[in-house]
Design a protein around this ligand. Structure first.
Ligand code: NDP
Length: 298
């Protein structure tokens, strides 16, 4: 279905395959900070590329952003070439960044003053889910905005859920990713110990996956990426560390103690310092392997 003139800003690892889905159902214009990526995308998918955010959103009914954090989204609003200079009253901004609730509430308030609707709409399902259009999308918006957002998001995801007012999508996404991070650390350490104790890695994973300790990490990520030694780079560890920080802030604000999440945040902070900005999130397990002097393969 066509959703009318749309713009997509932020063609990163997950933004690009999401925008490719949108290109099928909307008259799309794309913008990316590194312009050559937007131009290559536009050639490949037969859509327009714009030189600035203002140009990208001119005439768009719906605008999707997918940047590292809410800070970059907020920074895109201002200036003569910014979003606010181009967005028309009545437009809808869907922020698919894994951002932070407070940042989203600030952005929504600024846009509301100009008659522009906003929803936070972070996604889960990774680059594979983005390519297949099967993402889970967690939406923070009022009912009316959600009704407008849904057909657009349906081009990119298969489970689209309004989870509460603006900011709630980001809160839920941050908790989800904090749980992912805890799992990565726990599964990595457990498997390293089992291999050192003489259990073949594949046997350990298969038995865990038929038992109560299984998780997305043990069922999908470890078999595809760790046992094979493939280590693809699809979701940066630095971004996961950012997400744990957002979850910890949520716990702080709500007065909930979460020492396990605190520790995961500290360990991922150290992993980020050791592995750098381009490492994949699962490479935290490589640090565990190095410390233990073992490889989890099989
Ligand atoms: P990447 O690091 O691959 O891409 C980041 C994108 O943001 C690029 O388009 C980059 O432009 C742009 N960007 C970076 N800094 C700025 C800036 N200051 N101003 C404008 N644009 C900027 O990230 P992902 O695509 O992986 O992630 C995007 C969001 O989606 C993040 O919030 C992440 O947590 C979330 N996410 C990612 C998933 C994944 O599997 N990768 C899964 C679910 C959520 P440039 O090309 O110029 O560098």
């Amino acid at each position: 279905m066509s959703v009318g003139p749309a713009a997509f800003l932020g063609l990163g690892a997950i933004g690009a395959p999401m925008a490719a889905r949108l290109a099928r159902g909307a008259g799309l214009t794309v913008w990316n900070r590194t312009g050559s990526r937007a131009e290559a995308f536009a050639r490949r998918h037969g859509v327009r590329s714009a030189a600035t955010p203002r140009e990208a959103v001119g005439g768009a009914r719906v605008v999707v952003t997918c940047l590292p954090t809410s800070r970059e989204v907020e920074a895109l609003l201002d200036g003569p070439e910014g979003l606010l200079a181009g967005l028309a009253p009545g437009a809808l901004l869907l922020d698919c960044t894994s951002g932070d609730p407070a940042g989203s509430r600030r952005i929504a308030a600024r846009l509301a003053g100009r008659g522009i609707a906003f929803a936070d709409a972070p996604v889960s399902g990774g680059t594979t889910g983005a390519e297949a259009g099967t993402l889970t999308i967690m939406v923070g918006a009022d009912e009316g905005v959600f009704a407008r957002a849904r057909p657009v998001l349906a081009l990119m995801g298969s489970r689209i859920e309004r989870v509460g007012p603006v900011g709630s999508g980001h809160a839920l996404k941050a908790v989800n990713n904090a749980l992912l991070a805890v799992n990565v650390l726990a599964v990595g350490a457990g498997l390293a110990a089992l291999v050192k104790a003489g259990v073949p890695a594949r046997t350990a994973v298969e038995v865990l996956n038929a038992s109560s300790g299984r998780s997305f990490v043990s069922e999908t990520l470890v078999p595809e990426r760790v046992l094979t030694g493939a280590w693809p780079r699809t979701f940066r560890l630095a971004l996961l560390e950012k997400d744990i920080g957002i979850a910890r802030e949520l716990l702080r604000e709500t007065g909930v103690e979460g020492p396990v999440l605190d520790l995961a945040g500290e360990l991922f902070g150290r992993a980020r310092a050791a592995l750098g900005e381009s490492a994949d999130h699962l490479e935290a397990i490589r640090l565990i392997e190095a410390q233990a002097g073992v490889e989890i393969r099989g």
